[in-house]
Design a protein. Structure first.
Length: 163
């Protein structure tokens, strides 16, 4: 699956045509969309199954959904976005430290936005949580991309061979 997506990304946005960072950013967005679908899907399932849509339990639910997306994110970003041939301990720890910052942004934002605001009249509580989640995801995506690029995968990128 990753190889098919990689070929599609290379056909549409080759690094050599638009610069390495731009290509990585586009691949990061592609991976991020998949991760966001996992994150929202798990979170919404938890809300629907329990009926809980705010407070400390929501933070726990968000942490679980974020973690599911995070596992997917590590493997796809390492192999597809940043094309790193490294794996193992140090890379994984760095990835997790950056992602922990993203989780703090995500949990803090969703807690604040669902606690200090209320759903619009006629809006479901699930949609209200999704609106808060969209705002926090935007911030955590930026945080994660720049730190993944500048710290986690920076010196360890696999060289690209162009035909």
């Amino acid at each position: 699956m990753a190889r098919i997506a990689e070929r599609m990304a290379d056909d549409v946005i080759p690094d050599r045509a638009h610069g390495r960072v731009f290509g990585q950013f586009i691949r990061y967005v592609m991976v991020g969309l998949v991760n966001t679908a996992v994150d929202f899907g798990v979170l919404n399932l938890e809300i629907v199954l329990t009926g809980i849509h705010q407070g400390a339990w929501l933070v726990l639910f968000n942490t679980v959904s974020f973690t599911c997306a995070l596992v997917n994110s590590y493997f796809l970003n390492r192999s597809f976005t940043f094309r790193s041939d490294r794996g193992g301990g140090i890379l994984f720890v760095q990835f997790m430290l950056v992602s922990l910052g993203g989780l703090v942004i995500n949990d803090g934002g969703i807690y604040l936005l669902t606690t200090i605001s209320h759903p619009w009249i006629g809006t479901s509580p699930v949609l209200h949580v999704d609106e808060a989640k969209v705002a926090t995801v935007a911030v955590s995506w930026a945080w994660n991309f720049f730190l993944y690029r500048l710290w986690v995968f920076r010196a360890h990128e696999a060289p690209r061979v162009h035909a």
